[in-house]
Design a binder for this molecule. Structure first.
Ligand code: GLU
Length: 308
């Protein structure tokens, strides 16, 4: 049994990532299970070992430790390919020749929006029923396909530790990109299962992808972990943190006079685990932690680190 933090090493972690990591660590430590770190470096263009080292150093700087070796997805492509093969053999995967732009155009042109929760940019099914002739035409035109899962509009439900009951439809999502890189949605299911992850804590931007994971888990015979989707740290207007405009990484915050100990204290305060300004160590928070304490609303960066 294990919990995990699974960052993509494509830049420095920002306070939102660190806050989610803290919740994931506390959730694992407070329930006595292992805590593992997995580097989601599927994309070798945007990921780098240097970012990985900085991310690990930042986790350590706020007092988070992990069990066992850090696992890298870039070293596990064989497993993802084997899983894709299995899905293909059961005729649940099909090649998709659409470009992102074509998909966007098709979604925009759709008369009515789909009902219920569907993941952002849900695939409209363009290539689902191509004939072999149509496929051959596209290949002759030089198109290299991605591979998508064939779904039937199933919905999946979960009870999230923070978001509560959630039901979402599953679209025909990508299993392998057209450049041959396995997709996150496939890799995350294979790895969580292979690594014995029973507790998934991550940012709530991934809540709408979770029904996809539940479906894949069923297809590959993996157990469903518990889920806890943590509201993000956002700008005052609710948008994603803009790393460019202000200090949001540990390195930038240190330059602005906020050391790692203070950052931990601020993050603990934002989770109702510490009084404002109270110096804390991560271990001290383990006994105080309860997922029911995690605020249900996004945290605003200005409330955490007011710009003076
Ligand atoms: N690698 C993803 C991210 O950095 C997280 C994936 C997950 O926790 O399932 O946003």
């Amino acid at each position: 049994m294990a919990g995990r933090f699974a960052p993509s090493p494509t830049g420095d972690l920002h306070v939102g990532n660190l806050r989610t990591a803290l919740v994931a660590w506390l959730a694992a430590r407070s329930t006595g299970i292992d805590f593992i770190v997995r580097m989601e470096d599927l994309d070798r263009v945007t990921s780098s070992p240097a970012w990985e080292q900085r991310q690990l150093a930042d986790l350590a700087a706020i007092g988070l430790n992990w069990d066992g070796d850090v696992v890298r997805q870039s070293e596990r492509f064989d497993r993802y390919r084997a899983a894709l093969e299995e899905v293909r053999r059961s005729d649940r995967a099909y090649p998709c020749y659409c470009t992102r732009r074509e998909i966007r155009a098709e979604i925009d042109a759709a008369v009515s929006a789909p009902h219920g929760h569907v993941p952002d940019g849900a695939y409209p099914g363009t290539c689902r029923d191509l004939t072999s002739r149509e496929r051959a035409q596209r290949e002759r035109a030089g198109r290299v396909p991605a591979w998508r899962l064939r779904t039937g509009g199933e919905t999946f439900s979960l009870t999230d530790a923070i978001a509560g009951d959630y039901t979402g439809a599953v679209d025909d999502f990508v299993l392998q990109r057209s450049d041959g890189v396995p997709a996150y949605n496939l890799a995350v299911v294979i790895d969580d299962s292979a690594q014995g992850v029973t507790q998934v804590v991550r940012g709530d931007d991934l809540l709408s992808s979770t029904p996809r994971h539940l479906l894949l888990q069923r297809l590959v015979g993996a157990a469903h972990p518990s889920y806890c989707h943590v509201p993000l740290v956002v700008e005052a207007d609710g948008t994603r943190l803009a790393k460019r405009d202000r200090a949001v990484t540990l390195a930038d915050l240190a330059t602005a006079g906020h050391g790692a100990a203070e950052v931990l204290s601020v993050l603990a305060g934002s989770l109702d685990l510490a009084e404002p300004g109270e110096p804390v160590r991560a271990e001290q928070l383990v006994d105080r932690f309860d997922t029911s304490l995690v605020p249900r609303r996004p945290a605003q960066i200005d409330d955490l680190f007011p710009v003076v």
